[in-house]
Design a binder for this molecule. Structure first.
Ligand code: FES
Length: 236
């Protein structure tokens, strides 16, 4: 074995000649010499293979489609179309889920509209209800108040607006009860014009909710509302 280790560690040419000379000695030495020669032969083959040029372009024929160009195109169009349809369906589902998630829930929608029975509000009286977190003034106006609201020179107003543009029915005035100056809640049946008065900085609104005096720049806001029946008011 020591002789075999020595032979395998020799350079290629020296080991070959030594092995040939020793291969005539004993059967064990001959078989060891044959094994060493095989090992040496593999080394030579691998060194020859690594010395081949690497710029040769390999053949891709194995991977080439065996079908015709037309059928390949049809398959390609089918795949592109299918992926497009799937992507569009996924995008639609995502957007739809997002919108459903972001839209108001049923209880919030229920609060978005408030129904008021008008028969419970006597003529000449105010009612304040809460709608979307804000106070809303509902006034059942008398005929005198309606006349007073109409007998105003519109051009003299800070925020010019005719009374008929602020009401759907002259006897019902519906307004958001938030002062347009800095957001206080005005007091009803008060002020110099018999309408509403904001005590925070002294704004006076008339019987149509229009600003007549004080720092507020605009008339009281009119919300969305409707009268589905003669006796019912829906705000929102
Ligand atoms: S908040 Fe009403 S007058 Fe200033």
């Amino acid at each position: 074995m020591a002789a075999l280790r020595t032979i395998s560690s020799l350079p290629a040419t020296a080991s070959r000649s030594l092995l040939r000379s020793q291969s005539t000695a004993t059967p064990l030495a001959r078989s060891a010499a044959a094994a060493c020669l095989q090992v040496q032969q593999r080394r030579d083959d691998s060194s020859l293979a690594s010395s081949k040029p690497t710029t040769a372009i390999p053949s891709w024929g194995y991977y080439k489609s065996k079908k015709t160009e037309g059928s390949n195109k049809v398959f390609g169009y089918f795949m592109v179309g299918s992926m497009g349809a799937l992507s569009a369906a996924a995008a639609k589902a995502t957007v739809q889920d997002f919108l459903v998630n972001m839209s108001a829930s049923a209880d919030v929608l229920a609060m978005a509209k408030v129904e008021v029975a008008l028969s419970s509000i006597p003529e000449g009286k105010n009612v304040i209800i809460k709608w979307r977190g804000k106070p809303v003034f509902i006034r059942h106006r008398t005929s005198d108040e309606i006349d007073e609201a109409n007998n105003v020179t519109i051009s003299s107003l800070r925020d010019p607006q005719a009374d008929e543009d602020r009401v759907k029915k002259p006897e019902w005035l519906v307004m958001v009860g938030v002062c347009t100056h800095l957001g206080c809640v005005p007091i009803g049946e008060a002020g110099d014009y018999g309408g509403w008065f904001c005590p925070c900085h002294g704004s006076h609104y008339d019987i149509s909710g229009r600003i007549r005096k004080g720092p507020a720049p605009l008339n009281l806001e009119i919300p969305e509302y409707d009268f589905p029946t003669d006796d019912t008011l829906i705000i929102g």
